[in-house]
Design a protein around this ligand. Structure first.
Ligand SMILES: NC(=O)c1ccc[n+]([C@@H]2O[C@H](COP(=O)([O-])OP(=O)(O)OC[C@H]3O[C@@H](n4cnc5c(N)ncnc54)[C@H](O)[C@@H]3O)[C@@H](O)[C@H]2O)c1
Length: 414
């Protein structure tokens, strides 16, 4: 495990803890024992805290590596797979090193911030014959599975446009992420969830065409700096018959900490014959506890992501789509390494062909992130009204501005 921050606590930790209780099971493989054997972090502090808790609960100990060479030392230890949960702009190096060392890799979203890095990871995974996958847990949210099912079954026909928002509390930007937030933006951080949802659910028979973005500053950083409070991203796809579909995705990390839900999330899609409106914060439960909501408990909780429960049979557990997506990755690794059906190369090819999480299927998302980052840089330099065109006559990703000549961000086709 590289990085032991917020997402580790929310999803990886409960998953690894459940693995201590029971092996993971896939009927094509049998049961696979899984253990967290080593972690790499910047300072080692969170690893020490986790070690204390796990020792007290008689859970197996792991090795902890800290500092600038922590990833190299982790890779030298005996691990089969590496999960990367470092800050957004620090995924590429550990992923590259882990793939080079022949480890299966799971990367938190956004996978990487530009297409050249993505190309390198795809090539390395192919060369070293391992999996390189990305965590897109919203694809496992039951509501989104239903959306995709209805679309695939032709019930919802031809998406025309959509609006998605994901607004995080101030405590994220001013506390949890304070070490790495400088120069960052909330859209690369969370809009990617919806970019993948849109690309995976409604694609692949269309092409990414155009990207616009704007944003606001002045709360997390200065009003003329490079750290963004809120971002509004707009992405346009074109169908083979030249009709277009456009999606607006609003993100921020400056909502009040006393907001009744942890994050505000909303998804709207409009089709030729239908409309899908999902308020993903209000999942049907409203809760008020004197002196405890909305801080310790939220008024509108989402128990589908990683809820902790007392099962009817007495067991305590934590489950939800945030955890399920990690479990699924390890099932895929188990199938490649220990499956009995066909040859390893065939099993690997089968798992690499899963476009919901394979790094090779992330081109559109990474292209949009690269475009977004370039657009925000332009905006910060005072150049508003730029846009990026995809696979036009000048190259794969080209940044256009009113007052400058076009800049090629990525030459090959996206
Ligand atoms: N799937 C999701 O919904 C979701 C939610 C939150 C975060 N994330 C993603 O997970 C990643 C981590 O986010 P977080 O919220 O856990 O961040 P965080 O700031 O809480 O934790 C980051 C961790 O990375 C470690 N780290 C930093 N630099 C490192 C380096 N160079 N080498 C090794 N370790 C290093 C830190 O020590 C810390 O343990 C981000 O990319 C974020 O976008 C995903």
């Amino acid at each position: 495990m590289v990085g032991l921050g917020m997402i580790f606590d929310e999803t990886y930790r409960p998953f690894f803890e459940s693995c201590h209780e029971a092996p993971i099971f896939d009927r094509r493989v049998g049961s696979v024992d899984l253990r967290l054997v080593s972690v790499a972090t910047r300072t080692g502090t969170r690893a020490d805290q986790l070690m204390k808790c796990w020792s007290a609960a008689s859970r197996p100990v792991f090795e902890s590596f800290a500092g600038s060479d922590s990833v190299d030392r982790l890779l030298a230890s005996d691990v089969h797979a590496v999960c990367i949960a470092t800050p957004d702009d620090r995924h590429f190096e550990p992923a590259r090193k882990a793939l080079q060392a022949g480890k299966h890799v799971l990367i938190e979203k956004p996978a990487v911030l530009n297409l050249s890095e993505l190309d390198e990871l795809v090539e390395l995974a192919g060369k070293r014959q391992v999996l390189c996958k990305i965590v897109y847990h919203k694809l496992l949210d039951p509501d989104h599975k239903k959306l995709r099912t209805l679309y695939r079954d032709g019930v919802l026909q031809h998406v025309n446009n959509g609006y998605c928002s994901l607004l995080e509390p101030k405590s994220i930007s001013t506390g949890q992420f304070a070490e790495w937030i400088s120069g960052r933006n909330p859209a690369s951080y969370v809009a990617v969830h919806y970019l993948k949802l849109i690309d995976f659910t409604f694609g692949p028979d269309w092409r990414l065409k155009r990207i616009h973005a704007t944003g606001q500053r002045g709360i997390v950083g200065s009003s003329n700096g490079s750290t963004w409070d809120s971002v509004q991203l707009q992405v346009t796809y074109e169908y083979p018959d030249a009709r277009e579909a456009t999606f607006d995705i609003h993100t921020s990390w400056v909502t009040p900490d006393n907001f009744p839900g942890y994050v505000d999330q909303e998804v709207q899609f409009r089709f030729d014959n239908s409309i899908w409106l999902a308020h993903q914060r209000k999942r049907g439960v409203e809760l008020a506890i004197e002196g405890r909501t909305p801080q310790d408990f939220k008024n509108t909780p989402n128990y589908h992501y990683n809820g902790s429960f007392l099962e009817p049979w007495g067991e305590r557990c934590q489950r939800g789509y945030g955890i399920e997506v990690i479990s699924r990755f390890f099932q895929e690794v188990g199938y490649v390494e220990f499956g009995t059906r066909a040859q390893r190369t065939d099993r690997l090819a089968e798992m690499r062909s899963l476009t919901y999480n394979d790094v090779s299927a992330d081109r559109n998302c990474v292209a949009i992130v690269q475009a977004l980052e370039a657009l925000l840089t332009r905006l910060a330099s005072g150049d508003a009204g730029s846009w990026v065109e995809v696979n036009g006559s000048l190259g794969g990703l080209v940044l256009f501005s009113r007052n400058r000549s076009p800049e090629v961000l990525y030459s090959p086709a996206v």
